[in-house]
Design a protein around this ligand. Structure first.
Ligand code: 13P
Length: 149
């Protein structure tokens, strides 16, 4: 069944927030048609600038990346736009890696900068796409030495 990108997670580090809110403003019409999930400060800035409604989680350092990662694992996110900062070390680096890892694992499209975000929203796949959902059934029931007969 073909689907459209509907649930979009928006996250940006402080040095990239201006880039993200400018991008969101430029793509306001596209995003108005989507459910937006955001980390705390990013969400406040996006909604202040665009007037769009967003579902805001905790700020990244307080667990917001993990909350979005959990939504991805639950199959509730279609696209991750995450303008992370490649020049600054972050206190919550493990959470950032985890978010990027879980999005990769679940085959979610990820844009880490403006150019990639532009490519994704202008792609025909944005409107109609069948994302292959990975099959992890082997992980749910794999045999573990010493525990299985
Ligand atoms: O730190 C973040 C992502 O790792 C973003 O968090 P904020 O949107 O709360 O600044």
């Amino acid at each position: 069944m073909s689907e459209r990108i509907r649930r979009v997670a928006l996250v940006a580090h402080d040095n990239k927030k201006v880039d993200l809110i400018d991008w969101a403003d430029r793509n306001r019409d596209v995003l108005a048609d989507c459910e937006l999930l955001t980390t705390g400060t990013t969400g406040r800035l996006v909604s202040e600038r665009t007037g769009l409604e967003v579902e805001r989680f905790q700020s990244g350092p307080l667990g917001g990346d993990q909350q979005i990662g959990a939504r991805i694992a639950e199959g509730q996110v279609d696209l991750l736009i995450f303008f992370w900062d490649p020049l600054e070390p972050m206190s919550h680096d493990p959470d950032i890696k985890a978010l990027l890892r879980i999005a990769t694992l679940w085959n979610i499209p990820i844009a880490c900068n403006e150019s990639s975000a532009d490519f994704i929203v202008s792609s025909p796949c944005f409107r109609q796409y069948t994302r292959r959902k990975p099959d992890f059934s082997a992980y749910r029931s794999r045999p573990v030495a010493g525990t299985d007969a």
